[in-house]
Design a protein around this ligand. Structure first.
Ligand SMILES: Cc1cc2nc3c(=O)[nH]c(=O)nc-3n(C[C@H](O)[C@H](O)[C@H](O)COP(=O)(O)OP(=O)(O)OC[C@H]3O[C@@H](n4cnc5c(N)ncnc54)[C@H](O)[C@@H]3O)c2cc1C
Ligand code: SF4
Ligand code: SF4
Length: 1002
């Protein structure tokens, strides 16, 4: 092995100031050197964590040029980064991190004729493909993280998609890369015939590469695995091709392919030109159900002969985890025949519909011939196919939702073996896992012999030792089957050590020559691919042996996370038994595995603040990382109640998008409540926050003196003063107080014989009482005897209406919220006992009975209450489905309704019921706005400091959709704040569904 070149690399602690000062002077981008920012960039989706020197978010490529030159001056390493979704620690290191994803994401050039596109490295794959779709083409390297991975990162890792059997990997689809070298040289890497041959540095590099390749010609043939899925080391075989699938049509070398898979160690990509493919017009999906895992593996080799574009495995554990996930359960169910031990998703695609249908028929016949008749579920509809693919894509994330310290760990996750050995390889490796007291879940690319598997290891205890032992046994098998150890996810910190094992000493030395040729100072992402540390160096782990959680007495009950996982049975111990000094709160935070799924912009809610800011700090992942670092003392001893952490949570609108959409169930809204509780215990509350939080207490006064409380919006200058003194934006009107409250004006009652209890929350009682009246009239028209919930006669504040405590929770006043919750439970106890449904109108209020009430230690009655609580529309839809709803409705003058779901409705899958009940109105055509959060989020949008972000959130999709709606379209939104935002942003009035139904009553 070549000795490492003499390097004068700065210690991260030293010269940091100099680097940050020079960057601040010389670049336009964001220079982030604080402890929190560094902490958020210290991890990717791997098990590693290394404090970077600092972070630069370059605005232009000139910033990268300047940064590279400053780093060269200071001998500071640097590493480019996209979405940071690498699984092997590629983006982690003591270096300056250059995050390309925020600004360097443009499409530079598109040529439909030649089907090529040139892009900047920070563009996200799904964004590119959305742009290309109208042109009938796509970039077909469809990795599972397509919603967040960037093309620069994909090229860096030589990424591979589910359909690689048809389209190959990145290396097969990149035509050229324009790149910057560490010494400032810039050039285009493309076909050898186009490379300079003059006296330039680029020409010298090409000549030297050719010499190295010629020297190693035979060694390349001898050691480079001849499989499609091989992404380890450098692609020196461009000069002597070994891949099953040629890199270029005529096997001629393309120098860009040497940079593909080089993990930012040779050059920084400025732009890349990609080969596109026609969008397949017809897809057919067949799901084959197998009684044993072995059969699934064994039969894959026969299935690929039918010419599918993808054959993807989902095993039993994954099936069960998906079934238990609210977002994926219904989708997976429809693909199953009985209780299979594994399923294979087999996709056929192309231009001719008949041909795909024929192939699907052939699949059915083949399975019958192989002894598995009736094992194929045909899925011809694109929407259903899409839904199933998203379950498969989320596979790893679903698996990571296991609670406890043991987690599925990626280090032999993508070994590739020839198909004929797949069944034997998987069963032998499963035995190895058992021998080491663990188990693994298998899934993914059966078509190309790259099955993903992650043994469950506890990296805080014996994980490192087991990791090495398993890796050694797995590697011996891979060698025996002539496979590739690194078949998809790259080398990084986890597998660079194995490069010499895979390619032998000669090629390892050649790789070091290549590294030194491109980057003589060793500044570009050092320690990856060549001259790497050991994979099990625990000082590089996220959970190092020194990792400790600071003791915290949480206000909420986190015991469901405070468990110990059992690695072989994949079960967990009883809640509360997990020895977490933070009683489960820390373990809930640690559920974030950094996969970056929250960086998505597609359908769904998560994460509105990131969608607007594109800052890692304002992302669920960034928040979870900040909390983890704080609760483990890595941001300083007092960090957990610091401004830094508060800032990180400031733009979280508590939409609960992550609760539903984060595959590991990170529930940041709940964590924010806990954090704010801890914060206000130490720092107290600002007057404004107290004022909003205590609204249910002073609301009765506002109802008595509405003219006084409404002065803020009528008296000239009052709004301005409220902005100065209270921080309430002068650009917002406030909700109007009124004397005709619902509870003050409605007296109907059925305490003893009620069929339904109507819970009027603070907002619908005081501010929009017509909604509650409408709900009452609809329920009564449907024949229900309605009891209106009021405080219990024993309640010390029995005159004051009931309240769910939401405003208190938003400020972290958990004790006060608990008092309110107890009043609700006490008042409703007789109805809970009789099983009477409790119906509410405001999603964030009613749904807290099903959510936060369960973690406030309120006992069994609260659990029963949660089971019996329904949103108004959920109750009606349920009755309708049961055939017991007797509601006569007439057509309305308006024939179209446009619906915006409140975030909490989305989080609890409660938007569909609104559609269901609206569709009961004859002739009404209902459509749904695909929107994230409206941006109002309780008091968030009223605050001057949040006004701009709030409006940007609304402008993402909600307000443009409302503006497009015809004037006579009904706008339906159940959330008080959502209606306010729609009115502020468009001047149009949305209504609660109860009012629409009430108008339609016959
Ligand atoms: C749940 C999950 C599923 C996954 N599924 C797949 C899959 O199906 N297929 C697959 O191949 N991978 C998969 N991965 C791994 C990862 O998502 C992909 O490799 C992805 O393409 C990385 O993109 P990124 O933008 O996050 O890159 P990053 O992780 O940010 O970077 C990747 C590498 O590229 C380098 N790089 C980034 N930008 C530049 C640049 N401008 N110039 C030079 N180098 C640069 C980085 O230094 C790093 O070495 C998965 C990961 C997760 C967490
Ligand atoms: S918060 Fe959830 S979605 Fe985001 S990175 Fe963490 S685990 Fe993934
Ligand atoms: S609650 Fe909403 S805003 Fe907060 S982190 Fe989760 S998705 Fe983002």
């Amino acid at each position: 092995m070549n000795a490492p070149l003499p390097q004068k690399v700065i210690h991260p602690g030293q010269q940091r100031n100099e680097l940050s000062e020079r960057l601040a002077r010389e670049v336009q981008g964001d220079v982030l050197f604080g402890l929190g920012d560094r902490g958020r960039y210290a991890t990717d989706a791997s098990i590693y964590q290394v404090d970077p020197i600092g972070v630069l978010i370059p605005k232009t490529f000139d910033d990268i040029r300047a940064a590279a030159s400053i780093c060269a001056d200071l001998h500071a390493p640097f590493v480019a980064r996209g979405g940071g979704t690498s699984q092997c620690g590629q983006t982690v290191g003591p270096a300056l991190v250059l995050d390309n994803s925020k600004y360097l994401n443009r499409i530079i050039d598109f040529d439909r004729e030649s089907m090529t596109v040139t892009v900047e490295p920070g563009i996200v794959l799904d964004h590119l493909n959305a742009w290309l779709r109208p042109h009938g083409v796509w970039f077909p390297v469809d990795v599972s993280t397509s919603a967040q991975c960037t093309l620069g990162g994909m090229a860096g890792n030589n990424s591979c998609g589910s359909r690689s059997i048809q389209y190959g990997n990145m290396v097969h689809n990149v035509l050229s890369i324009d790149a910057l070298l560490a010494d400032g040289t810039e050039g285009r890497f493309g076909p050898l015939s186009t490379m300079p041959t003059d006296g330039s540095r680029m020409a010298a590099i090409v000549r030297r590469l050719q010499e190295v390749a010629a020297r190693e010609h035979d060694e390349i043939a001898r050691t480079v695995p001849k499989v499609l899925r091989r992404v380890g080391g450098y692609n020196l075989d461009i000069f002597n091709p070994q891949s099953e699938r040629p890199y270029t049509p005529d096997n001629s070398p393309n120098l860009a392919h040497l940079l593909v898979g080089s993990e930012g160690t040779l050059a920084i990509t400025r732009q890349l030109t990609l080969q596109l493919a026609p969008l397949p017009t017809h897809r057919m999906l067949g799901v084959v159900n197998f009684p044993t895992f072995y059969q699934a593996m064994d039969m894959a080799q026969h299935i690929v002969k039918l010419g599918p574009v993808a054959v993807e495995l989902v095993d039993r554990t994954m099936i069960d985890l998906a079934r238990n996930n609210p977002a994926f359960g219904p989708t997976i169910e429809q693909a199953l025949v009985g209780e299979p031990q594994a399923i294979l998703l087999v996709e056929f695609a192309g231009a001719a519909q008949d041909q795909q249908a024929t192939r699907l028929r052939q699949l059915v016949e083949l399975m019958s011939d192989l002894g598995l008749p009736n094992s194929v579920v045909k899925i011809p509809e694109p929407a259903a196919q899409q839904a199933l693919w998203s379950v498969r894509k989320a596979g790893l994330n679903i698996m990571m939702s296991m609670r406890g310290d043991g987690k599925p760990v990626s280090f032999i996750e993508d070994c590739a073996v020839p198909l004929e050995h797949l069944a034997e390889y998987t069963s032998r490796l499963t035995e190895v896992f058992h021998k080491h007291g663990t188990s693994g879940t298998w899934y993914a690319h059966a078509s190309v012999g790259t099955l993903h598997v992650r043994p469950i290891l506890d990296m805080r205890t014996d994980g490192a030792t087991k990791m090495r032992a398993i890796a050694e046994e797995a590697s011996a098998m891979v060698r025996e089957y002539k496979g590739a150890f690194s078949g998809e996810h790259g080398d990084g910190l986890a597998r660079s050590e194995w490069v010499s094992w895979q390619f032998g000493p000669r090629l390892t030395e050649a790789f070091e020559d290549i590294k030194d040729l491109f980057d003589p100072q060793g500044l570009m992402n050092p320690g990856k691919i060549v001259r790497s540390p050991k994979m099990d160096d625990t000082s590089l782990f996220r959970f190092k042996p020194t990792y400790r959680v600071l003791p915290i007495e949480p206000a909420l009950n986190w015991s469901a996370w405070n468990v110990t996982g059992h690695a072989t049975t994949q079960t967990t111990s009883a809640p509360g038994t997990g020895d977490d000094p933070a009683h489960g709160f820390a373990k809930a935070i640690e559920m974030c595995n950094n996969n970056g799924h929250c960086r998505k912009f597609d359908a769904g809610t998560m994460c509105p603040s990131y969608r607007v800011t594109q800052d890692e700090q304002h992302l669920t992942r960034g928040r979870a990382n900040t909390l983890r670092l704080a609760i483990s003392g890595q941001l300083g001893p007092e960090a957990f109640s610091s401004d830094e952490v508060r800032q990180t949570l400031d733009l979280c609108v508590s939409c609960k998008g992550c609760k539903r959409e984060c595959p590991t169930g990170v529930d940041m809204a709940k964590m924010k409540i806990e954090f704010l509780y801890q914060w206000q215990k130490q720092h107290g509350l600002r007057f404004k926050d107290k004022l909003i939080a205590t609204m249910p207490r002073w609301a009765p006064w506002a109802a008595r003196l509405p003219w006084l409380f409404n002065l803020r919006d009528t008296l000239p200058g009052a709004a301005w003063l409220s902005e100065r003194w209270l921080g309430l934006s002068a650009r917002r009107s406030l909700p109007r107080w009124r004397a005709d409250t619902f509870l003050g004006t409605v007296h109907s009652d059925h305490a003893e014989d009620a069929d339904v209890v109507l819970f009027a929350d603070t907002f619908n009682n005081y501010l929009e009482s017509e909604n509650a009246r409408a709900a009452l009239s609809v329920l009564e028209a449907a024949g229900y005897k309605v009891h209106i919930a009021r405080a219990d006669s024993q309640d010390s504040q029995k005159e004051r209406p009931l309240c769910c405590g939401r405003t208190y929770l938003s400020a972290g006043l958990v004790d006060e919220a608990k008092t309110e919750a107890l009043r609700v439970v006490q008042a409703l106890r007789p109805f809970i006992a009789r099983g009477v449904p409790i119906v509410g109108l405001e999603p964030s209020c009613l749904l807290s009975l099903r959510d936060e009430f369960l973690v406030m230690g309120l006992g069994e009655d609260a659990r029963s209450l949660a089971r019996q609580s329904f949103l108004f529309e959920e109750f009606l839809a349920r009755e309708h489905v049961a055939g017991t709803l007797h509601l006569s409705l007439k057509p309305l003058p308006q024939k179209k309704a446009l619906l915006h779901g409140h975030c909490h409705q989305k989080a609890f899958d409660a938007v569909k019921p609104v559609q269901t009940v609206l569709q009961l109105i004859p002739e009404l055509n209902v459509s749904l706005i695909e929107s994230s959060c409206c941006g109002m989020a309780g008091s968030f949008g009223y605050e001057a400091s949040h006004y701009a972000v709030s409006m940007q959130m609304a402008e993402l999709s909600l307000l443009p959709a409302v503006r497009k709606a015809e004037a006579d379209t009904l706008l339906v939104a159940d959330g008080t704040s959502c209606r306010h935002q729609i009115a502020d942003g468009t001047g149009r009035q949305a209504e609660h569904v109860a009012r629409v139904l009430a108008r339609a009553l016959v």
